[in-house]
Design a protein around this ligand. Structure first.
Ligand code: CP
Length: 321
């Protein structure tokens, strides 16, 4: 596996889940795989879970993780090609990436969408430069359009808690004060489509996600109807993906607090588990009552970020043997 970007990169999903179970049961069993190997974990944006879980997964595999916060630990980097570099950005990605690549064996990159230029974001302009210029395997740690380590951890969590062979999983949009990227819902949709679940997406009109990620998933604009009989409720905010109207890309179309997942929403489900990738805005995305309930999986979901990252790095290391 040279890149971890899409669900298809992991190959057979059932096999990946089985491997995740093995890794979780015995996390140090592959400690020798990473001996004398280094992962560079590059952040253009803030993080709590990704920053810690990726390092922990690397340590479990015997690797040395190095974290680089671009613009804080390093020079500010220019990401656009062909520009006159007369701004505060002192170095170009074109030099920085091969330099970073020369110091490590695997690179993980967090680079959020700017939510201004849909084409720039949806071409994964930054991540693709890492793939092209580093010469090393590259993991998206939430890039402009995808967050595969999160979606894989979400799927592992669903597998661990499901009570029926094919559970109903509902991803619901929920309100947020700031415009957020579509990476998490894009990847969640992509991974749920690849998994053996009955998947439904619900959001206000105008928030349609890119069909490259949603595929044939059922879209239901009536949130309560969508939630009926759900086994898992996955809440997330995202800004306008600009699918129907590109001029609205990245904008907030609604702050309707009627979409906040509360006890009334959970009451129509099949005693569903509640999921969110975190960080979460309490009483915007989800009520205190729901996130603090025994049905909330937000902490085990975050803990599984170590497992998903470890499976991905393990596979990359095995290919280096
Ligand atoms: N879910 C997630 O990626 O969390 P962080 O942004 O804190 O890494």
């Amino acid at each position: 596996m040279k890149t971890f970007f899409h669900a298809s990169d992991i190959g057979n999903i059932a096999k990946a889940i089985e491997e995740a179970k093995q890794v979780k049961a015995d996390p140090f069993a592959w400690k020798s795989l990473g001996t004398n190997k280094t992962i560079m974990i590059v952040f253009f944006n803030s993080s709590l879970r990704t920053r810690l879980s990726t390092q922990k997964a690397a340590l479990n595999l015997g690797m040395s993780p190095i974290v680089l916060n671009i613009g804080q630990d390093s020079w500010k980097l220019e990401t656009e090609l062909g520009v006159v570099m007369d701004s505060d950005k002192s170095e170009h990605l074109r030099e920085a990436i091969p330099v970073i690549g020369s110091y490590c064996d695997i690179i993980g990159v967090r680079s959020f969408s700017g939510l201004k230029d849909r084409e720039y974001d949806y071409n994964e302009t930054i991540l693709r430069q890492f793939i092209e210029y580093s010469g090393k395997p590259v993991i998206s740690l939430e890039s402009a359009t995808v967050h595969p380590c999160q979606a894989f951890a979400d799927l592992i969590t669903i597998e661990e808690h499901k009570k029926t062979a094919r559970p109903k999983v509902v991803m619901t949009w929920a309100p947020h004060p700031k415009a957020l990227p579509q990476a998490v819902p894009n990847s969640f949709a992509e991974w749920m489509n690849a998994a053996d679940v009955d998947f439904v997406i619900t959001h206000p009109e105008g928030y349609e996600l890119d069909p490259r990620f949603t595929g044939n998933a059922q879209i239901e604009y009536n949130q309560m109807k969508a939630l009926e009989g759900a086994d898992f409720v996955y809440a997330k905010n995202w800004s306008c993906p600009g699918v129907k109207d590109p001029s609205k890309y990245g904008s907030i179309l609604s702050k309707d607090m009627g979409w906040t997942v509360d006890a009334a929403h959970m009451a129509v489900t099949n005693n569903a588990f509640f999921m969110h990738c975190l960080p979460v805005r309490r009483n915007m995305i989800v009520s205190d009552e729901v996130i603090d309930s025994p049905q909330s999986l937000v902490i085990p979901e975050a803990a599984n970020r170590v497992v998903s990252a470890q499976v991905v790095m393990k596979r990359m290391l095995e290919e280096m043997l």
